[in-house]
Design a protein around this ligand. Structure first.
Ligand code: PMP
Length: 372
């Protein structure tokens, strides 16, 4: 009797589409200046590190997370200025919320799979979550200058009737903050077909406006809008805390698909601590914003930078002759940036750089100059 090859049989039990996928690739950054993932460059002061350490050390980590999550939700709602009648859902980063939203909306109608729509190039987690949770992803191209193509979006929404439409406000990787009227036209088009809109404000600390203003000004028109935020770009990428704000009835339904203890007591208390020091983080965001335009001007002046786009986030997108080569050369010079060329045809030969401290930006600029 031959023994069956158990390990290969077991492998076949993993979904074929998952086996065919590439894993999400996190670039190795050891010993490099990390300018590839839009992190906040500032660490806590030694005094605050000590305070946080004491707070975390005193937690009952033998218990499941409990009522402190409610304290955190209230703090986040106050911090964001949530409209009356809204509720907050917490995620292990907004990445988890994207997964939960797909899980909650993946409901076939009239024999067809549910759809998710987003303008592209945009955040890669939207199509990935759609694929994994069984929604069809509808991609609508931005215009060549990375603006929303409103007629194309309206037509796609009317024809495809997506259950969920994402708008990143500002967008990653283009750093664009769309005009309010254009976004409103899309929000209204989604209302016509009875869909949901998720306004993804991951980069809100660096943007000149938030959709929350519109939600408060016209609650009726925004009943189907969920605002997604994260503390990652605020300065807590390592603590993993995303949040969703929206009409309570809607948020409570989505909350049912959340694993009950998705936020550890450590994440929760770290986020509370950070919000208690909100003004410190506001100063850091202001410092990053102040460095953004000087960086863009200096990059635009480099010979070999073919095009650079405006930014309302802590990132800058630019086009060079050979992004692959430039990225590799910068890495040799100790600076890690992201070559986004493969993400979308409109991003051909584009590099995405994080905006950091003045010193980091200077080092990145010098490395790019030598790499072009
Ligand atoms: N939305 C957008 C537009 C992003 O760029 C990112 C992170 N790069 C996220 C959501 C997810 O962030 P996190 O999971 O760290 O909250």
């Amino acid at each position: 009797m031959t023994t069956p090859d158990i390990s290969s049989q077991a492998l076949q039990r993993i979904r074929a589409d998952v086996r065919a996928m590439q894993a999400y690739h996190v670039q190795d950054s050891q010993g490099l200046l990390k300018m590839d993932t839009m992190e906040n460059p500032y660490r806590l002061s030694a005094a605050l590190q000590k305070q946080l350490g004491e707070r975390l050390g005193a937690l009952e980590i033998n218990r499941y997370p409990g009522e402190r999550l409610e304290v955190l939700k209230k703090m986040l709602a106050d911090y964001a200025g949530a409209p009356a009648g809204s509720a907050v859902l917490l995620g292990n980063g907004s990445d988890e919320i994207i997964t939960l939203l797909a899980l909650a909306t993946a409901q076939p109608t009239e024999g067809a799979r549910a759809k998710m729509l987003a303008p592209m190039p945009g955040f890669v987690m939207y199509p990935l979550s759609a694929k994994l949770q069984g929604l069809d992803f509808v991609s609508v191209n931005l215009t060549a200058d990375f603006d929303l193509d409103v007629p194309a979006m309206q037509a796609a929404i009317a024809a495809q009737k997506p259950a969920i439409t994402y708008i990143a406000y500002p967008n990653n990787p283009t750093a664009t903050l769309w005009e309010e009227d254009k976004v409103q036209a899309i929000v209204d088009a989604v209302a016509q077909i009875g869909g949901l809109v998720v306004m993804d404000e991951a980069y809100q600390p660096f943007a000149s406006r938030s959709w929350i203003t519109r939600m408060k000004a016209e609650p009726e028109r925004n009943q189907h809008v969920l605002l997604m935020r994260t503390l990652s770009k605020f300065g807590l990428a390592g603590a993993r805390l995303g949040y969703l704000i929206g009409p309570a009835a809607l948020v409570h339904e989505i909350d049912k698909v959340r694993p009950p203890y998705n936020i550890s007591v450590l994440n929760c208390e770290t986020a509370i601590f950070a919000l208690e020091h909100e003004s410190l983080y506001a100063e850091q965001a202001a410092a990053i914003r102040a460095e953004r335009q000087p960086l863009i001007d200096a990059l635009a002046a480099l010979e070999g930078v073919e095009k650079i786009w405006p930014s309302e986030a802590n990132m800058v997108l630019l086009r060079v002759a050979d992004a692959g080569r430039a990225q590799a050369e910068m890495k040799k010079r100790g600076v890690l940036v992201k070559n986004v060329s493969a993400m979308h045809p409109l991003l051909n030969n584009c590099l995405r750089l994080t905006v950091g401290t003045r010193e980091e930006n200077a080092q990145m600029l010098a490395a790019l100059k030598e790499s072009l």
